[in-house]
Design a protein around this ligand. Structure first.
Ligand code: S3P
Length: 166
């Protein structure tokens, strides 16, 4: 069985959608940030602060290589997975890659109060969201399967992914 790989900006619902999707389809759910955290022995925010973003991206890359050899997984990726095109081409070989979208306002609501997203930490989260979204827009746009989650319930998003998969 193929993997289902959820990509998309922070706060687009990859983890919530992935968990429900995996339980509906009786597949195994895996959150890449959780695995990276476990492998590094520290939270994502500390990896960024102590080792830098480039090191975090190398951990992400290694994990993509490991996971794209497996089967039957629902994988919630980190929002920056699209930065390396090799990640998307590896995942596409063994899985259905679906990009979740949401408006910047919705994303702000979903991530406000969150302290474990180093790229959005500090003041003026909206400005950071808009800048990052703009710089990555073409990368998310390039994924053939996209679902805008802004006005959809969790069940609705999950059903749309299931339709794409079956
Ligand atoms: C990142 C998104 C985060 C996490 C890291 C970097 C990004 O994952 O991987 O903070 O570059 O967009 P989520 O999308 O699950 O928040």
């Amino acid at each position: 069985m193929q993997n289902i790989v959820l990509v998309g900006f922070m706060g687009t619902g990859k983890t919530s959608v992935g968990k429900l999707l995996a339980s509906e389809l009786k597949m195994t759910f895996l959150d890449m940030d959780d695995v990276i955290k476990e492998r590094a022995g520290k939270p994502i925010s500390r990896i960024f602060a102590e080792d830098g973003e480039t090191y975090f991206r190398s951990l992400e890359r290694t994990l993509v290589k490991d996971l794209s050899c497996k089967k039957g997984l629902v994988i919630a990726t980190g929002g920056g997975i699209v930065l390396n095109p090799d990640n998307i081409s590896d995942f596409t070989k063994t899985g259905l890659v679906v990009c979740l979208l949401a408006t910047s306002e919705t994303i702000l609501k979903r991530v406000s109060g969150d302290t474990n997203r180093p790229l959005l930490s500090g003041d003026d989260k909206m400005k950071k969201i808009l800048n990052l979204m703009e710089s990555r827009r073409h990368l998310y746009e390039a994924i053939p399967h996209k679902i805008d989650t802004t006005n959809l319930s969790l069940d609705n998003v999950v059903n749309q992914v299931i339709k794409l998969f079956t």
